[in-house]
Ligand binder design. Sequence first.
Ligand code: AMP
Ligand code: GLY
Length: 422
Amino acid sequence: MKILVVGGGGREHAIIKKVKENKSVTEIFALPGNGGIAQDATCVAIGAKDIDGIVNFALENNIDYAIVAPDDPLVLGCVDALQEKGIPCFGPDSKAAIIEGSKVFSKNLMKKYNIPTAQYEVFDDMEKAIEYLQTAPIPTVIKADGLALGKGVIIANTREEAIDAVKSMMEDKVFGDSGNNVVIEEFLTGPEVSVLSFTDGKTVVPMVSSMDHKRALDNDQGLNTGGMGTVAPNPYYTDAVAKECMEKIFIPTMNAMNAEGRTFKGCLYFGLMLTPNGPKVIEYNCRFGDPETQVVLPLLDTDLLTIMQAVTNETLSDIDVKFAKKSACCVIMASNGYPKAYEKGFEMTIPAEISNNVYVAGAKLQDGKLLTDGGRVLGATAIADTLEDAIAKSYDMVKSIDFENAYYRTDIGKKALMAKEG
Ligand code: AMP
Ligand code: GLY
């Protein structure tokens, strides 16, 4: 089988390595992929948002199955366009991808179907939003409606900060049209859990839970990033919590999307907060999380491509999806300065004995050398019987990888370990 994977980050590298395990796979194309992914797939310089380019490539190369991984092409209708040409895909169509593409949509969905989430108001008028903020409880959370590279959420600790956030989104348009509408919501507290799930619209199968580390610096200080590391499973996500989430959140969300005529098929990501009043949805993503995928998929014991095809064929209930009863830790190595300005173009060396567990996010090949080419450069994932060992092993891996200007957090998994020890 010839497989096409749209995207070019660490998440896509983890998907590709896993899909390669299926014996029927003869070739994998990554569009655009990156210099590290080139070890495992044929990278083609077609951007993930170039829907026409992707469809033409798939037709010209007789692609048997396409996996669309990032949010942008999903929201833009990449799956719709591929399916129209008869190419089976993994990923939601644009009607379903709106669950991530519009926060106004997802908040209204949760309200309509009684899915627990933070209280909120929606504004399309800046003056009204500012008026509301004069008496709103503080801290408060301001969210741009549309996609904003994971940066469209501002936690405001004062009324002034909240008003500035609204102005930056609605007046200065820092997120472009994504800020035409804003959601202002209740500030929730509690541990955060990421749960990715497979769903074909009939069945929802949660994957092993995970914990992201979004802030740039140790002890959750510094700016929000795309994610500086992950561990799985998440110790806060007990069997009792899992049961409650299944009953109150996962199944109701699948049913709600069906009822709206927006059946979701693909990976539905639940960003949850375990509040004193029970689990609540912080956000939905219409795709695999990054870097959650880099700890979740290495623990998957069932063949990934088989599961994906079952999602496409709506036969997911026939598959026994199994995860290893082990722990995984992924430490992200970034370019120093990320998520702000950073230098790139430094040569990197990844020892051959660990390269199978290194997921490259930002690198390019030049004259046979692998050079850093992004804010997040790679993720090093280790699996072990205990979380403690997985953390130690992933840091050993990181120390054996060399490139100038490298930066990583030194406390990935620390919070999870403390939670385990109670
Ligand atoms: P998001 O980009 O939607 O993942 O949000 C980024 C981060 O903002 C989340 O991981 C949470 O830590 C935080 N956040 C979002 N919504 C809320 C909320 N209602 N209350 C508290 N924190 C929130
Ligand atoms: N790690 C969070 C996300 O993928 O959005």
